[in-house]
Design a protein around this ligand. Structure first.
Ligand code: NA7
Length: 547
């Protein structure tokens, strides 16, 4: 049912609206590249970003220890040799400040900043059938009409804080890792609680432990974590990457995760335990998660095979943690390795050998809520001066549904996706013409080196818009059949894997009330790219192009 409180198309064609060809929402990797490509097509482009500068998730997540889980050189734009030549990464795994500097540098070099209005959030985008235009409204009250809207809102940009009782009554400090104060936080002399042991928790915990008087970690589900073995890049590594850029770019797109990986041709279950363990150990030393997770083809389809690598990781926890009981509490046993994202850490498990760190399993002793002076579990009370929420994100769909997007006949995307997202290729939705979602749900998005996925999405979308401009196509939207079929395929493919067995943000299971559905296309970026290319070569099969 159309929501009658919504702006109607009459409201939407505001007389004081300015007009542009395309609006891009977001200034992370995808927004920067999309703006550059649309500008190169000769289109007028306006772009909006809530933050005061570019960076996206790397602008906001400034908590101590924030670091990417992809290698720096892999996690960077590869489409422009000049840009690659002009930038030198310092570390194997880049820390947040360096990634932010990189994105600032890229935005300047690609000359996209002038298209952006910063410190401005897009509140709504409403389609008008009569004019075939979107009206985009910002929190500053600006209205812009545009033929195209491209969302570049990222997959992990809407933080979630659990609705604990007593949150407002707590008199101490509270922080969320995804909106960390830019001036930093000093925990010296303080009793600190960290809730959450996903990637953010695992990165922040060792550093808070070093500073705080006492740290209490509230863990609901333990993580499989890989020692990231971070180090400075050598001059040889940097030179090698630059020299082989074109080959790297071509190769990387042939792999499921957009990362060159040597997947063995034998199944884990077809070799002896000794052989397997030797392979895992050698790959552990490479300090690169895909090398482990993709060692054998059966690891993510066969639970018994998965158990072999899970047990290898568990052994690493036992070796790192002195107290066997604490080690056991830190040991994941309830889900397959990889069904929740593998975390990359520095000294995470060893942190629990400190006298000033306490681990609380809130699976066994659930959180009841915050009190004025701390946190209460069912059986205990913890006095705290500060609480850090490392409780994650409303991933992939959260940032899109945070904008009031209304397509034909006032239909909202929120209503449309009430039972879970439905898309064609993760890019478009029927009834929402000329709306293109970069790294949208049911595209490979977070199951890849996302920068490679972004480049593929931006380039494909640019080609489609260029085609529309050239052929005089006024509107493009997927057919209902294409959406139905793609959605079924995406869901069915996920059912053949172990992803549904993990309660994680990959499936929306981390957000109470969120429909549980895989938020990514699990068939691999290589397969997905072929499908997209084939769709384009076939005259954009599955899209209705109206002149
Ligand atoms: P994650 O991976 O979603 O981790 C959130 C953590 O917070 C996880 O351990 C959750 O436990 C825990 N959590 C969430 N809600 C609660 C409540 N209500 N009570 C106790 N514990 C809770 O988010 P991150 O920010 O760490 O990482 C997200 C991605 O960002 C990461 O994978 C990288 O790709 C970058 P749970 O596991 O749900 O039991």
């Amino acid at each position: 049912m159309p929501d009658t409180t919504a702006p109607t198309h009459t409201d939407a064609t505001h007389t004081d609206a300015t007009h542009t060809d395309a609006v891009v929402i977001g200034a992370g990797f995808s927004g920067i590249y999309m703006v550059r490509q649309l500008a190169r097509l000769g289109l007028d482009v306006r772009a909006f970003e809530a933050a005061e500068t570019v960076g996206g998730t790397w602008y906001w997540n400034t908590y101590p220890g924030a670091r990417c889980d992809c290698l720096s050189m892999e996690y960077s734009f590869s489409f422009d040799r000049e840009l690659v030549e002009a930038w030198d990464w310092t570390e194997r795994y880049p820390a947040q400040p360096e990634i932010l500097r990189y994105l600032e540098f890229a935005a300047d070099k690609l000359d996209v900043r002038r298209h952006f209005t910063f410190s401005t959030r897009v509140e709504s985008a409403v389609w008008d059938d009569e004019t075939s235009l979107w009206t985009v409204v910002t929190d500053a009250g600006e209205q812009v009409t545009a033929r195209y809207v491209v969302t570049a809102v990222g997959c992990l940009s809407t933080g979630q804080t659990p609705d604990f009782a007593g949150l407002d009554a707590f008199t101490g400090e509270t922080y969320h890792t995804s909106t960390w104060p830019k001036e930093g936080v000093d925990f010296t002399g303080k009793r600190v609680g960290v809730i959450g042991t996903g990637s953010s928790g695992i990165q922040v915990i060792p550093l808070v432990a070093e500073e705080a008087e006492h740290l209490t970690v509230f863990q609901r589900t333990p993580a499989f974590s890989l020692d990231c073995g971070n180090r400075a890049l050598t001059e040889e590594e940097k030179a090698d990457f630059k020299a082989n850029l074109e080959e790297y770019r071509k190769e990387t797109r042939k792999f499921p995760a957009g990362l060159i990986t040597d997947i063995l041709e034998v199944n884990a279950m077809d070799i002896s335990e000794e052989e397997r363990t030797a392979i895992y150990e050698e790959r552990w030393q490479r300090h690169r998660a895909p090398d482990l997770l993709m060692s054998f083809p059966d690891l993510f389809v066969d639970r018994a095979a998965n158990e072999t690598i899970a047990e290898f990781f568990r052994g690493k926890i036992r070796a790192a943690v002195d107290d066997p009981e604490t080690a056991e509490t830190l040991t994941p046993r309830t889900y397959p390795l990889g069904a929740k994202r593998i975390t990359l850490d520095t000294d995470y498990f060893a942190t629990y050998n400190r006298d000033d760190v306490t681990l609380v399993s809130v699976k066994d002793d659930p959180i009841v809520g915050l009190t004025p002076t701390g946190l209460a579990t069912q059986d205990n009370e913890y006095e705290l001066d500060a609480v850090v929420f490392a409780t994650g994100f409303d991933a992939v769909t959260g940032p899109l549904l945070g904008i009031d997007i209304r397509g034909r006949e006032g239909q909202t995307l929120r209503d449309r996706w009430a039972d879970g997202p439905t898309t064609y290729l993760g890019i478009g939705v029927d009834g929402f013409p000329n709306l293109f979602m970069l790294t949208g749900p049911q595209s490979p998005n977070v199951l890849t080196n996302v920068v490679v996925a972004i480049e593929q999405h931006v380039e494909w979308t640019t080609d489609l818009i260029a085609h529309m401009e050239k052929e005089g196509v006024r509107t493009t939207e997927p057919t209902p059949t294409a959406v139905k079929e793609w959605t079924s395929e995406a869901l069915a493919l996920a059912d053949q894997t172990l992803y549904p067995e993990g309660d994680s943000w990959y499936t929306g299971a981390n957000i109470p009330g969120k429909p549980r559905a895989i938020l990514s296309y699990v068939g691999g970026l290589h397969t997905y790219t072929d499908i997209c290319d084939d769709v384009a070569a076939d005259g954009y099969r599955g899209f209705e192009l109206v002149r």
